[in-house]
Design a protein around this ligand. Structure first.
Ligand SMILES: *Cc1c(COP(=O)(O)O)cnc(C)c1O
Length: 379
């Protein structure tokens, strides 16, 4: 049976476009028999520095580790407060609690799903050490409003850029790249991310030389000279094979990002043509933002029934995220409860991510939107 399923992402189609280049890169690493850090990783770190226009890029083992290392480098620990979003992937918050610090949840905006600037300011206390905004689904958080106050108070900004590689935001004519706006940027190269490797991987970016020095030590057991340890760090390195693969994929990221944006624009157009904009709230592409559409996450009436219907038509959709982080059982000791972040909680019942990847065809998109129109015609 040939599979007519429309997947939410399809890594094989993407691999077919770069297969030959990837083979050359992998063979080069195998021939070198140098696998840990070394020239391949350094070269990829330089590529990232150039691309993001940052002083330092530091490879590590995953996006989750990047977040943990960032907070460690800032000296965040027991009793410190970190303001963050309840509407994100788990790793955004586990890095905080792992260090004994306290996540303080601020509510999000219904339009861009990101932390609301005025909510950030409201949550600042004398214990606030950092804020950890997430640029969710590929769209940057509006940080400019809170930034002056944060700077003034010496509160660090750690950007979770796991979903926002290549995103930027223009404010008053100044372009801020995801990962180059705050004090530290944290990236994930998990295979399904916009810049994905073929395994786990992560990256930290910073313009602060002292933080860079500390991060480089923390990723190799807290040692800047082999076998001498200033502190207890992690073993968290980007390996040479992933670096070589990612360097190839980075060369295509602009093209793939534009393809994602074109697909998003076409979804919005198709929903309009079908007269569905009263039942579907398409994602906001905020002015000045380059949304990179890691996910095409829209809000739908009767979301759960719609998802079931699409499942029955072999159209794969996903719910990011079905439960807010302040309501997760493992964080119940923090006392979070329903009603703390009403906007985020409401989104968990409405949001649905449609198929989105650079190779998604126009026919497939028409099929997805056609099925949604059929569902609403009957419901
Ligand atoms: C994927 C993701 C992470 C974690 O990245 P890993 O590389 O899987 O550890 C962190 N934050 C967000 C928002 C993510 O989407």
């Amino acid at each position: 049976m040939t599979d007519s399923t429309i997947q939410s992402f399809d890594l094989k189609r993407n691999y077919d476009r770069v297969r030959d280049e990837i083979s050359v890169a992998i063979q080069r690493v195998l021939d070198s028999q140098s696998f840990i850090l070394g020239a391949e990783v350094q070269s990829f770190e330089s590529d990232i520095q150039r691309y993001l226009e940052v002083d330092t890029a530091i490879g590590c083992a995953s996006g989750s580790d990047a977040l943990l290392l960032a907070l460690m480098a800032l000296g965040i620990g027991k009793g410190d407060e970190v303001i963050t979003t309840p509407f994100s992937f788990f790793a955004t918050v586990s890095c905080i609690t792992r260090l004994g610090a306290i996540p303080v949840f601020a509510d999000v905006d219904e339009g861009d799903y990101n932390l609301r600037p005025e909510q950030i300011e409201e949550k600042i206390t004398p214990k606030t050490k950092a804020i950890l905004p997430v640029h969710l689904f590929g769209q940057m958080c509006r940080l400019e409003e809170a930034m002056p106050r944060l700077r003034e108070r010496g509160i660090a900004v750690v950007e979770d850029c796991a979903q926002s590689f290549a995103a930027h935001r223009v404010v008053d004519g100044v372009l801020h790249r995801s990962g180059a706006w705050g004090d530290i940027g944290c990236f994930s190269f998990f295979p399904t991310k916009n810049l994905g490797g073929y395994g786990d991987g992560g990256m930290l970016t910073t313009n602060d030389a002292q933080i860079a020095h500390r991060l480089k030590s923390l990723r190799v057991h807290g040692s800047s000279q082999t076998y001498f340890h200033e502190e207890v760090g992690l073993n968290s390195r980007l390996d040479a094979l992933q670096a070589a693969i990612l360097a190839v994929r980075l060369r295509h990221i602009e093209e793939w990002t534009e393809e994602r944006r074109a697909i998003a624009a076409r979804y919005a157009l198709l929903f309009g043509e079908k007269g569905l904009l009263d039942r579907v709230r398409v994602p906001l592409d905020a002015r000045g933002n380059r949304h990179t559409y890691h996910q095409y996450a829209a809000c739908f009436e009767k979301r759960d029934e719609l998802k079931k219907y699409l499942d029955s038509k072999n159209i794969v959709t996903r719910v990011y995220y079905p439960l807010c982080l302040h309501q997760q059982p493992c964080f119940s000791y923090l006392g979070g409860k329903e009603g703390d972040c009403p906007v985020a909680e409401k989104l968990t019942g409405e949001i649905l991510a449609l198929p989105m990847y650079p190779e998604l065809s126009e026919e497939e998109q028409m099929c997805v939107v056609g099925a949604i129109a059929d569902f609403y015609a009957a419901n």
